[in-house]
Design a protein around this ligand. Structure first.
Ligand code: HEM
Length: 409
């Protein structure tokens, strides 16, 4: 498959949406809305991260399960991409038809991926009873993607009044929690489990802890979704404790075998991967102060800004380490792959998070610090984007040079 054809299909999807948009505007059905804020977060979460996850999860599960490399599933790719493109247009414009269409397409693509992963049972040696006792990434992927289904339904219906029908008390929080503590946390844990032996050259500290970690994280996420759904701390607080316990346990699994390995810590990749989790702790530490309504504490400012610090500081930074690693494995399979990132991106992404949190607490310098945070995050993205572009370019050049790239008529 020539990649130009791939892009043609992508832009055909865009052309379809463009035509729909023109029709709806002509019929005065399209209200105007400034949705840049939505686009910023979702270009990362839905755009970069979800695309990458759909690309790598079947491959990682196949490697782990001793199965042949799975074929590319066009139906899943097409459904996901037309869904994302429809949402990228529909949500900023607040167009109900486009929102429902886009949300449904992404939902269907996620169901297709879950179904594919569920069918990939371990074969041969990996199917031995001892191996079945240790959950691989597949458990985490299926559970995480199932939370994504909830996140999609709530996200799609946020501005369509679905929260009333579903009796959701604080819908934006339910959406964020299902996607962050459900989808991203679980899938990231699975990615660490499946890739660690390769990039670290050893196994995790306590492989038998993966089963309790899985259950703590999965049930913790349930509590964190039900908490804002019912506006009840009886679900949110135990959920948070379970989820944090699982996260810290997983990180200790990662860090302990590397203690004393100076060569590993002299590279920025492992720092990106581990310190990204600091940005989960920031909102967790201030949450009790918001819940208790401490006077003079900018609860509203935190609720408005904390999600972005979490996305840039944690989700995107986790991607800084792993996306170049996956690109390297895909485009340069002959060279051993390492985690991505640079010291500049490491410093800039963390300083950006500090600036954003400082902007919440410092009213006189709010605008300045807020702008500084985004400028620093842009600086952080630059070396990673460059690294990924270089890898993709080298891979595409090889593809173009291969005789198969230009089929005869
Ligand atoms: C089909 C998929 C999705 C849909 C339809 C969707 C929809 C929405 C909508 C309508 C909002 C409200 C924006 C606002 O109140 O200004 C929102 C906010 C948000 N969503 Fe999603 N979303 C989707 C996927 C995701 C994913 C995968 C993540 C990953 C973590 C995510 C994270 C967030 C965050 C953090 C916010 C809050 C943004 C802010 O406060 O600036 N969403 N989403």
């Amino acid at each position: 498959m020539n990649l130009y054809f791939l892009m043609t299909a992508l832009f055909m999807g865009l052309a379809l949406i463009g035509a729909l948009d023109a029709a709806l505007t002509s019929w005065n059905l399209l209200p105007w809305f400034n949705g840049l804020r939505w686009l910023r977060v979702h270009m990362i979460t839905l755009g970069a991260m979800t695309e990458a996850l759909f690309g790598v999860l079947p491959l990682l599960v196949a490697i782990r399960a001793n199965l042949p490399r799975p074929g590319f599933r066009w139906a899943t790719w097409f459904t996901l991409n037309t869904g994302i493109l429809t949402l990228l247009v529909g949500i900023p414009l607040m167009n109900p038809a486009l929102m429902i269409t886009g949300g449904t397409l992404v939902f269907v693509a996620t169901l297709l991926l879950i179904n594919q992963l569920r069918q990939m049972h371990p074969a041969g040696a990996a199917a031995a009873p001892s191996a079945a006792k240790e959950p691989g990434g597949r458990w985490f992927y299926v559970a995480g993607l199932s939370y994504f289904l909830v996140g999609i339904i709530v996200g799609t219906g946020l501005w369509l009044g679905w929260s009333d029908i579903l009796h959701i008390k604080t819908p934006v929080e339910v959406h964020i929690h299902a996607n962050n503590w459900g989808l991203m946390s679980l899938v990231f844990a699975g990615l660490i489990i499946d890739t660690y032996p390769r990039f670290a050259g050893r196994s995790l500290a306590w492989p038998r802890s993966l089963r309790p970690i899985f259950w703590l994280m999965t049930l913790g996420a349930l509590g964190l979704v039900l908490g804002p759904w019912l506006k009840s701390n009886y679900f949110a607080v135990p959920g948070l404790i379970m989820h944090l316990t699982a996260t810290i346990w997983l990180l200790l699994n990662v860090i302990r075998p590397l203690l004393g390995d100076e060569a590993m810590w002299r590279k920025p990749g492992i720092w990106h991967l581990t310190t990204a989790y600091l940005w989960i702790l920031a909102p967790v530490m201030v949450a009790p102060l918001i819940i208790l309504g401490v006077p003079g504490f900018p609860g509203a400012g935190i609720e408005q800004n904390a999600p972005q610090a979490l996305i840039y500081g944690w989700v995107l930074q986790f991607g800084f380490a792993l996306l170049p690693y996956f690109f390297s494995r895909a485009f340069r399979p002959q060279v051993p792959a390492g985690l991505g990132g640079s010291w500049l991106s490491l410093a800039a992404v963390h300083l950006g998070g500090v600036a954003l949190w400082a902007s919440i607490f410092s009213e006189p310098y709010q605008g300045l610090l807020h702008g500084l945070a985004y400028a620093l995050w842009a600086v952080a993205i630059l070396p990673i984007a460059w690294q990924m572009w270089q890898l993709a370019r080298a891979g595409l050049a090889q593809l173009a040079d291969s005789p198969a790239a230009m089929p005869a008529d």
